[in-house]
Design a protein around this ligand. Structure first.
Ligand code: HDE
Length: 704
């Protein structure tokens, strides 16, 4: 049997079943007609994998059946504890490439040369939902990046929101307990619309800035490919000469920012709970590799001292307009995992995985995280040797004297297992290196040992207000609607009122609208800030999604509902234009076997109408013949397809014959509705798609 690398497998070879994967990941070429024999893990050939060993055909099963015992034993242990937060994740491999030499800022090896390429693994996640929850839950998204640099692994364990709920890690268990399912009932999961969460938030004013962010469309992204990532904390960059500057890390998606709307998110979760992972998987599989720029916000002590907030406070951000972002490299994800468990589940991120040239600050949240991540891996991955797993192992040479323990499979040879010694390679190596080793920045810290926070940490409202006022009116309405939705699920009126009392301190109009939406009999008193607000912080356009939209329609998908008898030329033209744009088309027909076009040809379909609601698409076309329209007028899912597309402000193109279906679906024609009377109009359709959603429609479909 010839050995080959797994990467060399083609889908055809796999379909041919001529390749067998060994347990070490190696593959074996199987000769024609030479089907491998099933064995136990000990290599013993199995004679019968259908029946366990028993006394007589109806007798008891025997304990001596080692093949059965091993199979069930292994199955019983296939699961490891899911992450307490960020349980539901999805990972992919890629490369980080620097645009320039940053040696004037940092000695980090990765930034010493323009064009330097570093292997990367990224895991996106939701925070509160369990492993089996759905992708488009309203939630913060984890954006954790592992960079396998030549000086060791550097993890930037970030989120898609630049601030956090709490200032001190000691509150993290409380926050997460409050956000996850309630401990007595065990529900609701993957949502914050419940009493415990809002009880905690309303009693912890420091969480209000983040509360505004999570009520915005940031928490219902269209896809991982359309969202930003943030390192959140202030870190340090340190040069070879020991000069330090502060830095915040930003990932900027090349596709621009886009989210879905709430009613759409609710329906996506039912129609395709794997919406985000399927999107990323398919994009990578078709070679449409998602890309992010890495941006740095670099600032010095003077800026930190003059900034009205503490740069160590993770509930605050530094507006890009104040400290512009310097783009220094790009991250491209171009390879899906081979095995979800081995890579996405077993990957272990850790904020303390940093490399020489990068350092921590005293952000009390970061300091706490530096303890937590290592601790959690021991529990989750079963021992201290999780660094031996291929996904976690450094890709540069590494030598330590740490040894033994559960599942140690990287075991040094020889006599030397301590330092200093007289036996190791060279002069008793490996030895420490004052020249190339990691040196902590020698920051001077002093003061009384007390449980206190910096004074500026006490301003909880100014940036919440700035965030709200930086949104477009459409986004402000969405924030208001989310508060009303979530608080309407809160059963205790006093908690609803307490949240509104904080909103009054943030923005009177928002508070009034939320109170109206809740039907609050009278406004509570505004919450009293512990510190006077910093008035008149200027709006920061960078905080809005709609002000930072995609530049074209690439990366998106049009759903085309068709029927028999329709002119195929429409489809061909739409597909041609979308492909050229870097977008996709999916055909939805009454039957998945396909449809017969006007010219009598049988054309393929991707989906059946009741399995592909319009929430799965960014824009839709309804291409029906007169006969087709008659059929679909009596199909509720076809009506929903259109009415949802309309309510979710999507562009709708349609043939003349499809008009009765649009009428039945309650469509009130506007500039986002386009009659496709000739295939040439497909160009206009694409033009409308590029402009994005027709937000003015929302007022027409939401009376409450
Ligand atoms: Fe985490 N966080 N976190 N977190 N976090 C974990 O580590 C923790 C925080 C973030 O895809 C856990 O391996 C504490 C902020 C991501 O595997 C755990 C505090 C940010 C991921 C943990 C925070 C994050 C985690 C759970 C407060 C954004 C998923 C399993 C001090 C900057 C990584 C694990 C992945 C995961 C602790 C706050 C991001 C328990 C104590 C702030 C993206 O160690």
């Amino acid at each position: 049997m010839a050995k080959r690398s797994t990467d060399a497998l083609t889908p055809a070879e796999i379909a041919d079943a001529k390749i067998l994967r060994g347990t070490g990941g190696e593959t074996h070429q199987i000769a024609e007609g030479d089907t491998p024999v099933l064995t136990t893990q000990q290599g013993i050939p199995v004679a019968d994998d259908q029946n366990s060993l028993r006394i007589g055909p109806r007798g008891p099963t025997l304990l001596e059946d080692f093949a059965f015992r091993e199979k069930i034993f292994h199955f019983d242990h296939e699961r490891i504890p899911e992450r307490i937060v960020h349980a539901r994740g999805f990972g992919a491999h890629g490369t980080f490439e620097t645009y320039e030499d940053l040696s004037a800022l940092t000695s980090a090896d990765i930034f010493q040369r323009a064009g330097e390429k570093t292997p990367a693994f990224v895991r996106f996640s939701t925070v509160a939902g369990n492993l089996g929850s759905s992708d488009v839950a309203r939630d913060v998204r984890g954006f954790a990046v592992k960079l396998y640099t030549k000086q060791g692994n550097w993890d930037i364990v970030g989120n898609n929101i630049p601030v956090f709920f709490i200032q001190d890690a000691i509150k993290f268990p409380d926050l997460i307990h409050a956000a996850k399912q309630e401990p007595d009932s065990g529900f609701p999961q993957a949502q914050t619309a419940h009493d415990n969460f809002w009880d905690f938030i309303s009693l912890m004013p420091e969480s209000l800035h983040m509360a505004l962010w999570i009520m915005s469309d940031r928490t219902i992204p269209r896809s991982f490919r359309f969202m930003e990532g943030f390192g959140v904390h202030t870190f340090r960059l340190v040069t070879a000469e020991g000069k330090s500057s502060f830095v915040k890390f930003h990932w900027k998606p090349k596709l621009g920012l886009q989210s879905v709307v709430w009613n759409e998110a609710v329906k996506i979760n039912g129609a395709d709970p794997d919406f985000h992972r399927r999107d990323l998987w398919s994009a990578i599989k078709r070679g449409d590799y998602p890309e992010w720029d890495l941006g740095l916000q670099v600032f010095d002590d003077a800026f930190a001292d003059s900034f009205p907030f503490d740069v160590l406070d993770a509930t605050k951000l530094i507006p890009e307009e104040l400290v512009p972002i310097r783009i220094v490299g790009r991250l491209v994800l171009d390879r899906t995992v081979d095995n979800f468990f081995a890579e996405t589940e077993q990957v272990a991120f850790h904020t303390a995985n940093i490399v020489p040239g990068i350092d921590f600050t005293n952000d009390p949240l970061l300091q706490g995280r530096n303890f937590s991540y290592l601790d959690t891996q021991i529990k989750r991955l079963g021992g201290p040797n999780f660094t031996h797993l291929p996904i976690n192992a450094a890709k540069c040479p590494f030598h330590s004297f740490q040894q033994d323990g559960h599942m140690a499979f990287v075991n040094p040879k020889g006599r030397a297992n301590y330092e200093p010694n007289s036996w190791g390679p060279g002069i008793g190596g490996p030895r420490e290196s004052p020249e190339s080793g990691f040196h902590s920045f020698p920051a001077e810290d002093g003061g009384e040992k007390r449980r206190v926070r910096g004074e500026l940490f006490a301003d909880h409202y100014s940036q919440a207000r700035q965030f709200y006022r930086s949104q477009t009116p459409v986004e402000q309405t969405h924030i208001k609607d989310s508060f009303v939705f979530e608080l309407s699920k809160v059963e205790t009126p006093a908690i609803r009122a307490r949240v509104v009392s904080h909103l009054l301190t943030i923005d009177q109009t928002l508070a009034q609208k939320v109170a109206d939406g809740l039907g609050l009999a009278e406004l509570p008193e505004a919450a009293k800030p512990a510190r006077p607000l910093v008035e008149d912080l200027p709006a920061s356009p960078a905080l809005s999604i709609l002000l930072n939209p995609p530049k074209d329609f690439s990366g998106r998908k049009v759903g085309v509902l068709v029927s028999d008898g329709v002119d195929g030329a429409f489809l061909d033209e739409i597909e041609r234009l979308l492909t050229a744009e870097g977008a996709q088309m999916e055909v939805i027909a009454p039957r998945v076997g396909g449809f017969t076009a006007k010219d009598g040809t049988l054309r393929p379909a991707h989906q059946k109408v009741n399995g592909a609601p319009s929430v799965l698409y960014d824009a839709v076309a309804v291409l029906l013949s007169t006969e087709g329209a008659k059929l679909l007028l009596n199909e509720a899912t076809a009506k929903d397809f259109v009415s949802d597309a309309f309510a979710h402000a999507k562009v709708i193109a349609f043939t003349q014959a499809a008009q009765p279906l649009l009428e039945k679906a309650g469509v009130i024609a506007d500039e986002g509705c386009l009659l496709l009377d000739t295939p040439a109009k497909a160009e206009t359709f694409l033009g409308l798609c590029r402009k994005g959603r027709r937000w003015e429609r929302e007022a027409k479909v939401h009376a409450v």
